[in-house]
Write a protein that binds this ligand. Structure first.
Ligand SMILES: C[S@@+](CC[C@H](N)C(=O)[O-])C[C@H]1O[C@@H](n2cnc3c(N)ncnc32)[C@H](O)[C@@H]1O
Length: 258
């Protein structure tokens, strides 16, 4: 019988995903809940399935990555974005590069696109890229079909303007907004970050990582921002001593590269 630590090392190699970067207790909880659900008796059997069964590998990754997202998650931050951050970023007249990392099912980058459309900003003035490690969730993002749970912060006015009801509980995002965002499969733990972003959203991802990996990725994100660029985090995520990372805090959840 192998220990959980051995399982993690072997599974990371098979999956090409470093499971040690994520908070250990959470990884164990997720793995064990999947094992219970699939009646897998021990870690050795689980490893064999990971090695030999591509469907199980996909299920494992799907179960491991928490894809929960919604439009305008933490609405007051999107008000700050619309009223304070965007007017500043778009004032210069240069193309504004925005990176949603990770973007899950697209709710986050599409929320940005809706605000940009409302501000009347033209297509040559921005670029929005959403990335995620999970290919299935990126497919869902490209489809742009959402149930009402993901739309609970969308006003009636926005719902009427940007969505079409396609089922009892299902809404399709307008083609106009879908066209404003590009998506790409990307592993934030190991892939190379491109540079010169004006705004990076990294929300509800750090909470899953060990504090060392969180610090490492904070440095990579800061490096990827242009000087003066902005990092936007989730509501429960904080950077203590932001100046150590070359950042200064603007308001809650928003940091600027010095
Ligand atoms: C809770 S969602 C956050 C989505 C969005 N930012 C939000 O706040 O609503 C976390 C996402 O992180 C993705 N993820 C996990 N590990 C990743 C990695 N190493 N690289 C890129 N994305 C990853 C998952 O697939 C999942 O879609």
């Amino acid at each position: 019988m192998i220990t959980f630590e051995e399982f993690k090392t072997q599974a990371s190699k098979i999956l090409g995903l470093n499971l040690s970067s994520y908070k250990a207790k959470r990884v164990q909880r997720r793995v064990e809940s999947l094992m219970r659900r699939r009646n897998i008796p021990d870690y050795t059997t689980c490893l064999e399935l990971l090695r030999n069964n591509s469907n199980f590998r996909a299920d494992f990754l799907n179960h491991f990555t928490i894809n929960t997202s919604e439009f305008f998650r933490n609405p007051s931050n999107f008000v700050t974005l619309k009223n304070e951050i965007f007017p500043e970023l778009f004032a210069g007249g240069k193309k504004v590069k925005i990176w949603s990392a990770p973007c899950s099912n697209g709710c986050e980058p599409y929320s940005l696109a809706i605000i940009i459309d409302e501000l009347g900003i033209k297509s040559h003035q921005y670029e929005i890229l959403g990335v995620d490690i999970d290919p299935n969730i990126l497919q869902a993002a490209k489809k742009g079909i959402y149930n009402s749970g993901a739309l609970k912060n969308v006003s009636t006015e926005r719902l009427q303007k940007y969505f079409k009801q396609v089922g009892t509980n299902t809404f399709a995002l307008s083609e106009k907004i879908k066209k404003m965002v590009h998506f790409k499969e990307f592993d934030l733990l190991k892939d190379t970050y491109s540079k010169n972003w004006d705004l990076i959203l990294c929300r509800n991802f750090f909470i899953y990582l060990t504090s060392d990996v969180k610090d490492l990725l904070t440095r990579k994100f800061v490096d990827a921002l242009r000087p003066g660029g902005i990092l936007f985090l989730g509501n429960t995520e904080f950077i203590f001593e932001p100046e150590k990372f070359g950042l200064s805090k603007i308001v809650s959840s928003f940091y600027r590269k010095i």
